[in-house]
Design a protein around this ligand. Sequence first.
Ligand SMILES: Cc1ncc(COP(=O)(O)O)c(C=O)c1O
Ligand SMILES: N[C@@H](CCCC[NH3+])C(=O)O
Length: 467
Amino acid sequence: MFANPLAPEWLEAPAEANSLPSTVWSRNSARTESGELAIAGVTVTALVRDFGTPVYVIDEADAIARATDIAAAFESEFARIGTTVKVYYAAKAFLCTEVARWMTAAGLNIDVASAGEMAVALAAGVDASRLGFHGNNKSLSEIDRAVCAGIGPIVIDSVVEIGRVAEAAARHGRTQRVRLRINSGVHASTHEYLATAREDQKFGVPLAEAEAVVAQIRSHSSLEFVGIHSHIGSQIFDTAGFAEAARRLLELHARLSVDAPVPELNLGGGFGIAYTSVDRALPVAELAASLASIVEAECTRLGIVVPVIAIEPGRSIIGPSTTTLYTVGTIKDVLVDGEAVRKYVSVDGGMSDNLRTALYGADYSARLANRTSEADPALVRIAGKHCEAGDIVVRAEYLPGDVELGDLIAVPATGAYGWAMSNNYNYLARPPVVAVRDGHARVIVRGETEDDLLRRDAGITPLGESE
Ligand SMILES: Cc1ncc(COP(=O)(O)O)c(C=O)c1O
Ligand SMILES: N[C@@H](CCCC[NH3+])C(=O)O
């Protein structure tokens, strides 16, 4: 089988470079008879004709199905052990009013991490009581707005927040429901920046201090303590970390239940997805079953009532739904160390629409989208157009060797933390997000224009406007 020595070990030399592995591509992605990629019945040439490139294309039915599936899997597994589940969609992965409505219509709640995310959810008509509020440094004004809006549980992240939330609640004449975020000390096997429960990081309070902190929370009559929370990190594939965190949290939960009942336990999100054909995401049913068994066994061992369980998945719901389309602008065959050629295929976006590769060394896959080809596969690196050597979209992939200027490239699984972390580096405008369903496409987040960017400069009079 053909293989380039520069290829990373994990990258399989493909039998042919046109296939769309179903583990990676959104559920309604397929090749048409002529070989073009179509998503939910809309061909990429039609999408690009109407919306240009780069463009994020979200397979609406896929996103909704994943939300429904995860909720159904957790509800049925936890019903088996006699409790219920509250699923919070982690909005930080991607939020706009349309997505907020899809999630709540599927029965999910929404977890927001700033007043901005809260404002989008409220603008979508989501009842404030269905929102949870996270953040390691919520401002006084964010706390005030959240309490005033009648938000659901606020996750207290540090001792100083207790008084801030209690004071806002008293001022608004409310009893505010709160959780406490615990740093369980579980080292999740993921990128360092994606692990959020190691000792040396900013989130939550350490397990050892938790009982004293909960006592402080309980001393405020304007606060109602509903339970503890743990999120060990993101893009995690094995259940061992979640299991260990659940065990540690349940022990604490049992100790806290001695003084007064603790109704809920929030196990966070972080379930990994497949970005490349070699990634194997845990099926949600398996994940739910394994967490339910651990919770059941621990509650039996500790002699406590099984609490209501909350989870906060973001990536596993929205990540696989989205594909980014780009146009190839330049191609260079670069001989590396006199060894072999790596083809640099540069596209019209980059680290401004997908920061994950530059930030975490994340791996993605890609396909030629406007056609198939029987040409021998070539090892390519898909680079962006920014002034930065690390501006890479896909570090290593095999594409048909006859990839040419003007071809369309599709990068799957960009729905989580893609648009959400997009930026305007080099004054590139953010691309639109287009939802596709049953052969129809519509913009759900408008793309920016150069004029939008120029308007921010206090020294520039917007085109067509006088001083
Ligand atoms: C507190 C919290 N909850 C939920 C999430 C969602 O994580 P993911 O998108 O990996 O499911 C995150 C992000 O890592 C988080 O920080
Ligand atoms: N933004 C990260 C994950 C952090 C999630 C929020 N705690 C990513 O793209 O993978």
